[in-house]
Design a protein around this ligand. Structure first.
Ligand code: G3H
Ligand code: 13P
Ligand code: ZN
Length: 330
């Protein structure tokens, strides 16, 4: 069942964060649904309620353009039928104004992110407000961003510029956005920190204090870039040096401070890269596209289950179902 992100945030606020996972293809979609239903090995395995989680499936502009946006939408529609127990939001990641309108008008997305964080404050407010007005008319909720992460956001190269708490309060009030992505020291990609971890939970606490009560916050650039996966990639011929991510033990403290959505893309790419490299290394004579795919889907599902445990969302699916009055999906 597709719901809005804010329906999930209301239930998660202060207790856990909902995982927001980017996908680009069929294998990632299947692994994602199986992982959130804690049935990694087959679509037909019964879901494990004690580990199942609500989730956010996010689609970037790059993912929409990779083949044709209609292919991804069709995959998700099919997944909804194959996995009727799933409760999830379909979210546009880092949208421009034009792409937000396309998604809002499509009737398929329950949530969009307008990312005008690279604009000056007044322009960010104006663009975000326009998107919010158009989205709310159609029952779609809006995530906006204030402050800039380090690293690369699609074609925008941002240098870290932490979110200013007092600006955040004004921004939320003037735009009417439903959730806010804040810059608290993370960056996109696999090279987040030089030296020690530098997540600014103190800044997050200040932002939470100044915003309206229970206002949902979002953490981008939150992959943990686990050493296990980087090592597996390198052992299978990769060359990823000096990678580092957000320590997983920071997720729950961030959730306690109002972060309801934690964005993970890079980690999924690392799992994909490790498994495909290992598959080609182990079976050099095999050229069946299904061979690495069959290895990847359960491994990715297990990775999602691990991640949901760290986020605190594992085991929350039935509570969410009851609270939303969604009834049994079987
Ligand atoms: O924030 C960026 C996301 O990781 C999406 O990346 O634009 O390469 O799909 P992408
Ligand atoms: P990572 O690069 O840390 O996975 O962040 C993804 C993200 O923020 C997508 O919007
Ligand atoms: Zn992001």
């Amino acid at each position: 069942m597709i719901v809005t992100t804010n329906e999930l945030f209301r239930l998660a606020y202060g207790k856990y964060a909902v995982g927001a996972y980017n996908i680009n293809n069929l294998e990632q979609a299947v692994g994602l649904f199986r992982g959130n239903l804690a049935k990694p090995d087959s679509n037909d395995q019964p879901a494990d309620e004690a580990k199942s989680a609500p989730f956010i499936l996010q689609i970037s502009r790059g993912a929409r353009a990779y083949t044709d946006k209609r292919f991804l939408e069709a995959i998700i529609r099919a997944a909804e039928q194959v996995f009727p127990e799933a409760i999830f939001a379909v979210h546009l990641d880092h949208g421009t104004e034009e792409v937000c309108y396309d998604c809002i008008d499509s009737g398929f997305y329950s949530s969009v992110m307008i990312d005008a964080s690279h604009e000056v404050f007044e322009e960010n407010v104006a663009i975000t407000k326009r998107v919010v007005e158009r989205a709310h008319e159609k029952g779609v909720v809006v995530e906006a961003e204030l402050g800039q992460l380090g690293g690369v956001e699609e074609d925008i190269e941002g240098s870290v510029c932490l979110t200013d708490p007092s600006q955040a309060a004004e921004f939320v009030e003037r735009t009417g956005c439903d959730s806010l992505a804040v810059a608290i020291g993370t960056s996109h990609g696999a090279y987040k920190f030089q030296g020690s971890q530098a997540l600014r939970l103190d800044r997050l606490a200040e932002i939470q204090r100044i915003l309206p009560e229970r206002f949902p916050l979002v953490m981008h650039g939150a992959s943990s870039v686990l050493k296990e996966w980087v090592d597996r990639i390198n052992q299978a011929g990769g060359q990823i040096e000096g990678a580092s991510g957000v320590a997983e033990d920071q997720y729950l403290p961030a959730a306690n401070l109002g972060v309801c959505k934690i964005n993970i893309d890079t980690d999924g790419r690392l799992v994909w890269c490790a498994i495909y490299r290992e598959s080609f290394r182990d079976k050099p004579a095999d050229f069946d596209p299904r061979t690495p795919g069959k290895r990847f889907m359960p491994e990715y599902a297990r990775y999602i289950m691990h991640k949901n445990t760290q986020l605190g969302s594992a085991g929350q699916l039935e509570t969410v179902r009851e609270a939303l009055g969604a009834g049994s999906a079987a």
